[in-house]
Design a protein around this ligand. Structure first.
Ligand code: SF4
Length: 133
């Protein structure tokens, strides 16, 4: 697991009075209504591998990738996408997606993408379900 000292901006935010760090036991409150708080995704777990196989992530904001990741983690059954078919991230700006690729977020703007910055989990779920419906 990532150590707090590895993410310096957490300390900067606390020093500036605009944020804090959390490391103690306590309650996690689900604010997005999904009714399930996801535990941290373990690197190299089967689910981690499946998501990183399906998704081509290039400089995605954490909010954008976080929403996509949450949708994929809650996906009913195995992910139906082949190698790197879902694209997300700022490095896709101005890129034309290849045939068979789909974009998540306005950075992948084009005829085969879901706009939004970041798109909501609900919108991502509907978009991805529509691809397979
Ligand atoms: S669409 Fe917005 S939130 Fe998503 S990667 Fe691009 S800039 Fe970040």
């Amino acid at each position: 697991m990532l150590q707090k000292k590895e993410v310096p901006y957490i300390g900067y935010a606390r020093a500036l009075g605009v944020g804090g760090s959390y490391s103690g036991a306590g309650d996690v409150v689900d604010l997005d209504g999904e009714g399930e708080v996801l535990s941290p995704l373990e690197k190299n777990s089967a689910q981690w591998e499946a998501i990183h196989r399906a998704v081509d992530q290039r400089s995605a904001c954490s909010s954008c990738f976080g929403h996509l990741s949450a949708v994929l983690r809650r996906w009913d059954g195995p992910l139906p996408w082949k190698e790197k078919e879902i694209c997300i991230g700022q490095d896709f700006k101005g890129e034309i997606l290849a045939k068979g690729q789909w974009g998540i977020g306005s950075c992948t703007e084009g005829s085969r993408c879901l706009k939004g910055c970041p798109p909501s989990e609900d919108d991502i779920r509907s978009f991805l379900e529509g691809l397979n419906g």
